[in-house]
Design a protein around this ligand. Sequence first.
Ligand SMILES: Nc1nc2c(ncn2[C@@H]2O[C@H](COP(=O)(O)OP(=O)(O)OP(=O)(O)O)[C@@H](O)[C@H]2O)c(=O)[nH]1
Ligand SMILES: [Mg+2]
Length: 497
Amino acid sequence: AGSAVLMQAGAAAGGKRAARRRRGQPQPASHAPAASAQPPPTGLASGPAGEFAGSLRACVRNKQPHKARELYDAADGAVLPVGESYAAVMRALLKLSRVDLALQLHRDHTHAHPLLADGNTTAVLFSRLLRRGTSAAADGVAEATALLADIDARSPPPRDTCSAPPSPASQTARLADALAGQAPLWVAASRSMLPALALEQLRRGDAPAAEAVALRFARTARAAAAAAPPLETLKALTRAFGKARCVGGVYACLEAAESGGIAPDAELLQVLVDALVHAVRFVKGGVSMETLPTGGLAEVAFVGRSNVGKSSLVNMVLGRRAIAYTSKTPGKTQQYNYFAVNEGRAVGSFHLVDMPGLGFAKVAAPLRARWNAFLSEYFASRRELRMVVHLIDSQVPLQETDVSIMQMVGAAVAARSEQEGSGLAPPLDYAVVLTKADKNDGRVSNRTVDQVRRALESAGCPAATPLVPSSAKTRMGREAVWMLLREVMSEVRLEES
Ligand SMILES: Nc1nc2c(ncn2[C@@H]2O[C@H](COP(=O)(O)OP(=O)(O)OP(=O)(O)O)[C@@H](O)[C@H]2O)c(=O)[nH]1
Ligand SMILES: [Mg+2]
């Protein structure tokens, strides 16, 4: 820390006047003090700033925390910009293990200069507080929570406008802030303090509190992408939420990654599946309405033309190599194959249904008619069905069979939303997954997307129907498909009869 103090002191070596000038400048809420952006001048710090750094080092050496604190009061922006003396004295106090004095310094400093505490320094204080508290008798979590509430009051995150995403310009400005070494308090709170708090709460076995905290950083990330916790932090938290079987917490992490524009790597995708899928069992294959499972567990059906990759997507989503059978030859899946995910759990359990492929030329006409009648009855009246995921091959032009699936599902979605609350089948969600994107370098052409959008509209499907590009080969889209399942995964199941 000695050299860090020197560096900070060096930036202010211009002397008292420069320091005062900087201090006099109005500081925008979300910008780091201007001094931090300037490279330190060459040579060792000299003058009052150098003396300050030297005295502070002596305090650490001689174990004089109170004297270190006095240095901050004496400096008061004349020797160093206040943000820098705050950071330097804070580090000295923590080095001396005086978390109590450090917390007091933070309080006094933010009280006098609400915008000048840098987030990174405060985050260090926060994690020390969280782990040990100010004393052996104190509860670190309670003290850290109080500190967070104080930060929230003084440096609130930008409002989540929800419907209107923040403009690219403000996103860029916020990202620049977050990267400028001295994050504003609200960014540091969202990126590192809240995740650290959630982890500690999980360690203590308080998953509901941890979930509430995760939802807070997810909300902030939605308003400002730069405030999303980094990938590695999200991985650790997702793992911990999975261990605690806290579905809501896992989804909060996933939402934060999505809002932050953080592309999940292979490890996060694995961590995600491990956190959400604890058990999978093949239940049975149904061939008619009467032969489908009873018991009332909510279900999600994967439908689509023969050979589009339904069974492959089931395997990818569930993280199982071959629980659903796949084949190069169309017509492999011949029944409504039911897989029970996390059976018996109050939250996070559902049936995933791998359906037979449609539009397979070799099926005789009468049999095909029977299948179609079954299918439309299934979409319209199967009470357990919550969501239809329609797989469309992104590498071939849209087929007639796809259009008839859209029409069938579109009609069911409309009918079921009309009869909502009538005791008949509950509302139905619909999403489209565009498969085999690996064949085109992981991209789905705009032409394909336009074609699908137009067909959805003509079929009377909701305008907001999600389109998710995917590849069972590269696992692209795995997190997006899990995001589609958020509602089903979050439903609380009553005791099954
Ligand atoms: N390149 C590539 N091939 C895929 C992908 N998904 C599936 N396939 C291949 O497509 C073929 C059909 O996959 P399945 O998963 O059996 O398709 P299905 O929709 O279940 O087929 P049916 O059960 O016959 O209706 C297999 O040879 C898979 O390896 C993908 O994302 N990329
Ligand atoms: Mg299949």
